[in-house]
Write a protein that binds this ligand. Structure first.
Ligand code: FPP
Length: 249
């Protein structure tokens, strides 16, 4: 199916967030260990980034490692960290050349030293680029992020820097690791699971949710275009009624 030609590039979501799920099952179905699936998952990351560039998506956020993922078998955790370091190391030249800004959200300081260093070097090197922002959610969870933001706000209020009445949506947003990044309009989860798994809970308040049975290593360009087409077929009402949207009120 040629989904790309049907996409209206004027209404492409500015920000797409993806829960990349199903690497383990994909590998196990083929008699391999889970890391085999994560390795193949990197190819899908490459493809989806290119597809996002093609349709002018400005921000692509990928849930690569959650705060809960530390509970996986040590071998898998180590393998994922090594994969991250080697992937960033191998891809940074190409990403920089194609004008990608590499960013991270989550508790980056809590990552192993080699991982942190590789990431910070990539953030620094690409920060002045003007193309798509590839945002890696690493050691991330929404509850962690909201707890940290609450602590910062409480501290500012206690020190008299912020009045209690000044605490509003905008202020909370500015205290999150996604400060200055627009909220995603579209959230995709692969592998048939119908959960949000502690991902961007604040930011997806009005996001359209798209769930697909496709496992992440099988998720390719056309799958992203199909998800965008679904998004474009929906009416986003933001609490209003259809008539108001139609009249552009
Ligand atoms: C979920 O599948 C996937 C992960 C926890 C890791 C995703 C990471 C990658 C694709 C590598 C990313 C690398 C970069 C550079 C962004 P799962 O293991 O939970 O699958 P399962 O549900 O089938 O077990």
């Amino acid at each position: 199916m040629d989904f790309l030609s049907k996409i209206n590039k004027d209404t492409t979501p500015e920000h797409i967030a993806i829960i990349m799920d199903g690497n383990g099952r994909w590998a196990q179905k083929q008699g391999h260990d889970r890391l085999f699936g994560h390795n193949f998952g990197v190819e899908s990351v490459r493809e989806v980034l290119k597809a996002a560039q093609t349709v002018n998506v400005k921000y692509l956020t990928l849930y690569a490692f959650s705060t809960e993922n530390w509970n996986r078998p040590q071998e898998e955790v180590d393998g994922l960290m090594n994969l991250l370091v080697s992937t960033i190391g191998n891809e940074v030249d190409e990403l920089d050349k194609s004008n990608v800004v590499i960013r991270g959200i989550g508790n980056i300081e809590g990552l192993p030293a080699t991982c942190k260093e590789e990431l910070k070097a990539a953030f620094e090197r690409t920060k002045s680029n003007t193309g798509v922002h590839l945002i890696l959610a690493l050691n991330y969870s929404a509850r962690w992020e909201l707890t940290e933001a609450s602590k910062k706000i409480a501290q500012e209020v206690a020190q008299g820097n912020i009045q209690l009445d000044a605490v509003n949506d905008e202020l909370v947003s500015s205290m999150l690791t996604t400060a200055e990044i627009p909220d995603p309009e579209l959230l995709i989860r692969t592998s048939g699971e119908l959960r949000i798994s502690n991902f961007l809970l604040w930011q997806i308040a009005y996001a359209e949710l798209y769930f697909t049975e496709v496992l992440w290593p099988d998720f390719k360009k056309e799958d992203l275009y199909e998800a965008i087409l679904h998004y474009q077929s929906r009416e986003r009402r933001f609490g209003m009624v259809s008539e108001q949207i139609e009249k552009n009120l």
